[in-house]
Design a protein around this ligand. Sequence first.
Ligand SMILES: [Fe+2]
Ligand SMILES: [Fe+2]
Length: 282
Amino acid sequence: MLDRDAPVTLIAQLSDLHVVTSDTDAELHVDNVARVRAVVSSVVREDAPVDAVVITGDLVNDEHPREYEVLAELLAPIDAPVLVVPGNHDSRDLVREAFPTLAWVDADHASWVAEVAGVRVVGLDSTRPGHPGAELDDERARWLETVLAVGFDGPTVIAMHHPPFATGIGWMDDSGFVGRELFVEVLATSSVDRILCGHVHRPISSSVAGVVAQVGLSPVQHVALDLRPGAPVSLVRDPVGYQVLRFATGERGGEIVVHTRYVDTVERPFRPRWADSVAPPS
Ligand SMILES: [Fe+2]
Ligand SMILES: [Fe+2]
């Protein structure tokens, strides 16, 4: 029977913000900053305030210090704790600097453990510097094993950038996950209730060693859904938003419900900076 008086914890998952500066040279497809602003504005207007915001990587687009300053300005309206992991577009060092209050592990990887109103969140750095793909080396596997071995009464969530499963979108899967078998091994011997990830810029879910793993929505351009083997790189403008996870029992194995909040980005015409180098038609 449902216990309507059970404690409830709400966590918003945002992903792949790809924040840029106004003078970026990146080839953008939408107004990234305006879209992130719209998403943040929606999060802070949630009728039921969230207890934390988890952002699963690719916080900025080009690892530039100024981009992290813009990111901080964009996230400033959020009162709740903001928990972030690096993605392949991030710099581990700059992410650590930009979020100094997170309990970063003293190691080569940028990982942490936090508690949010009875939910344990483990931020796992899945990045492989200089490479778009994922990596779980021995150091990270042992760290993960150790933190998951610590007893905890409530649910445990892992937040990581790269999904630890093949999505079927080949050109995204091709960058690979070095050490995925180690991750599965650790997971199989631990108590984890949910895995939150990003990187693929569209909502996807699967399960890994019996644990539900979900890719969050990105506010910027999405990867097209094309499951043909060998399908070419393709991006699409799908509806954007974020997920709100509702943890309803405060116990391990309890109910975790995931809602999707779509956000109207009310886009103005967007002219990227590089468009200035394109000659108008004569
Ligand atoms: Fe991304
Ligand atoms: Fe990524």
